[in-house]
Write a protein that binds this ligand. Structure first.
Ligand SMILES: Cc1cc2nc3c(=O)[nH]c(=O)nc-3n(C[C@H](O)[C@H](O)[C@H](O)COP(=O)(O)O)c2cc1C
Length: 348
């Protein structure tokens, strides 16, 4: 057992230490609810532009809106200018949205984001640790009693490994926790490059909780992250997509409880259907179904005929198409397998 007490972040007590990382285009309310139901210690919105909020952009509300789901929920802001962050923070509080903490994006590598604003947003902020501190101070100053967390990378590139300096600046400005994705911006999402050493260095440099992130796809990956870095929690982003049970496996390993039973194929298909149905209820079929294509593809991982099934995911247009896809999933497993009905077979 690695942890016997819950993790606290400011005035929040997390139900578990494996948290769900923000992902633009994926972490909408149905996805966050699903992960919370499987044990995510907190969830975060898709990133929203601090500047757009100050312009009164209504689309932003749909990205932020949430009902309580049992796990603390944070709204993530991106931007380049401290004043935008302060205004956006105050506006979100005034608007009365239900959320528990603010999170600041200092990790996004997308050209559109790092080229945003006067000096660039997302991971570009990490080239200037003082700016990271000033932005954190701006949010903390306007956030009232809501904790402020920061999500950063290792640095910009091999010549600018600034996570320790940035984390110190954010902590001094009042950040309540720091999540570190162990790759530089230059490394984008290249597999195999997550540097546990930088996460350990940040943990040793600050007193607030540090959450380790990057390539945690199994319970063993999470245990390794904790034992090699000393981090206080782990952040999972892509791993639990289509496999929310990963939270149960990781939490069991970190908390020393019995390994949970693997879900069978029917359970996976039920989860997928519930998630997409909720998306349609909240956004309407026209908006939800194109977004559901990427979500459903993750549920095909490890299935027989996965390549063809993923192609079918790409064509989803109506909720009824999803039922056809599910039928085809079972059909493919039956055809390829030697058992009569793979519905009853535990999923590997
Ligand atoms: C499609 C996609 C969208 C992402 N969007 C965000 C985002 O909006 N804010 C953020 O801080 N990180 C974002 N990330 C980064 C993830 O939160 C996470 O740091 C990264 O994927 C590494 O963790 P993982 O290996 O568990 O996926 C995104 C990642 C992906 C793949």
């Amino acid at each position: 057992m690695l942890f016997s007490t819950p993790l606290t972040i400011g005035n929040l007590t997390l139900p578990h230490r494996a948290v769900f990382g923000p992902m633009a285009g994926f972490t909408d309310a149905p996805c966050r609810d699903l992960m919370a139901a499987h044990g995510a210690g907190f969830t975060v919105s898709e990133m929203v532009s601090a500047r757009a909020l100050t312009y009164g952009d209504h689309k932003t509300a749909s990205l932020v809106k949430a009902k309580p789901n049992g796990a603390p929920y944070g709204v993530q802001l991106f931007g380049a200018v401290p004043e935008d962050f302060a205004k956006a923070t105050a506006l979100l509080l005034e608007a009365g949205y239900e959320f528990d903490f603010f999170d600041i994006n200092m990790g996004c590598p997308a050209p559109k984001i790092v080229g945003n604003g006067p000096g660039g947003a997302g991971s570009r902020l990490m080239l200037t640790p003082e700016l990271c501190g000033a932005i954190t101070a701006a949010v903390v100053g306007a956030a009232g009693d809501k904790p402020v967390t920061v999500k950063m990378r290792k640095g910009w590139d091999d010549e600018h490994i600034t996570a320790v300096d940035c984390a110190r600046a954010c902590e001094a400005a009042g950040a309540a926790a720091i999540a570190v994705h162990g790759r530089t911006r230059q490394q984008m999402y290249t597999p195999g490059l997550v540097d546990l050493g930088i996460i350990r260095a940040v943990k040793q440099a600050v007193a607030v909780p540090v959450i380790g992130n990057g390539d945690i796809n199994t319970a063993a990956d999470a245990v390794r992250m904790v034992t090699e870095t000393g981090c206080d929690g782990v952040m999972l982003a892509r791993g639990p997509l289509g496999d929310p049970w990963l939270f149960e496996r990781v939490n069991a390993a970190l908390e020393g409880t019995a390994e949970p039973k693997a879900p069978n194929l029917q359970a996976r298909m039920n989860a997928m259907r519930r998630q997409v149905t909720q998306m349609v209820e909240e956004k309407g079929e026209y908006v939800a179904m194109p977004q559901a294509r990427a979500q459903t593809m993750h549920y095909m991982r490890g299935l027989r005929g996965a390549a063809a099934l993923r192609r079918e995911c790409c064509t989803l247009q109506y909720l009824t198409d999803l039922d056809r896809l599910i039928e085809r999933v079972f059909e493919e497993q039956r055809r390829a397998g030697d058992e009569e009905d793979s519905r009853e077979r535990p999923f590997p």
